[in-house]
Design a protein around this ligand. Sequence first.
Ligand code: ZN
Length: 416
Amino acid sequence: MTENFTLLFLAAFTLTLATRLWLKLRQIRHVGAHRAAVPAEFAARITLASHQKAADYTVDRCQTAISAILVDAVLLLAFTLGGGLAALHGLWSAHLDGIAYGLAMIFSVLLISALADLPLSLYSQFVVEARHGFNRMTPALFVSDLGKQTLLGIAIGTPVIAAVLWLMGAMGEYWWLWVWLFWSGFNLLMLFIYPTWIAPLFNKFEPLPEGDAKTRIEALLARCGFRSNGLFVMDGSKRSAHGNAYFTGFGDNKRIVFFDTLLARLSPGEIEAVLAHELGHFRKKHIVQRIVLMFAGSLAFLWLLGQLIDAPWFYAGLGVPARDTALALILFFLVVPVFVFPLTPLSSHWSRRHEFEADAYAAAHADAGELARALVKLYDDNAATLTPDPLHSLFHDSHPPAAQRIAQLQRQEQPA
Ligand SMILES: [Zn+2]
């Protein structure tokens, strides 16, 4: 059984790795092949220079992604069959036991993974993003973000991981159900406190100033019967030139947040249309569906871990000569992505369907033409490619290709 599981893991690992690399290479080739001309349907609105900038940016990002995929793959093999976890276990179990040992194991793995990813995240921010004019982050801000994220991770992670390890040890056969209840409660709490307690540690949020945009947004909210705890502008320009708008929190704690970069670029009518799209996600219950799916998924995975936790082949097959709850958690989170990768197109498809529904909602409650104009501007500003590889898109694109979204909006555009 042990050898069979090792072989199964290696087969899934190889297949996932090869598919991920192949998709990135396809994307690079496809974008390169369409670099010479702006697609006909955008020719009036996007310049050739912009189109080529988007192509170069996409190719650069794919190359960085290929390096990141390779780093992840090496790290996964090093932790498992390469003996990394076995070595960490030898080191910590000689000095610690119980929950202290579990925390030391889990934080060691997190620290090593973060250190391995650091060079590429520096490269991506200060070389790739900078080369294409998107980086607004200073090295000092990068260090301060990293410091805050680490402290926050330790402050929140320590009690949460300790509680999970304790439940796993103390709750008997149905520990996975207890861990799930705890985990779901923790996630709901985070959704609730994130906008007011955590996001302000990283960004400034100011009320949306009075003006045409605010008047139109308030009229739209009233028209759609939507109440929120405020409209805010976030200083996204502190880190990046990319623009966005989003909802955070839920219940009466809902906030609507616009990046300052988005407000600077769009006209009031376009801002209204973008917000109508976001309201569409809310009204069509996409956010609730996502949360429910996340909870159902974590229940299924915890149940599965409950089945594996006492199986000697699960540990030995992945190169770990010992068995305990911390090792079970670590191994599970390391290897699950390898096995669930083939499901990626399903979740991306689901997400793209939601985008179409939100666009349709926006077309019904605001102006489809304004939304189409805003989308073209956002694609252009963000140097998002208009010519993605169809297979890469099928796996990885949470949003439908620009041409499809705009074609749908044009069908729905009200004749004036
Ligand atoms: Zn959307």
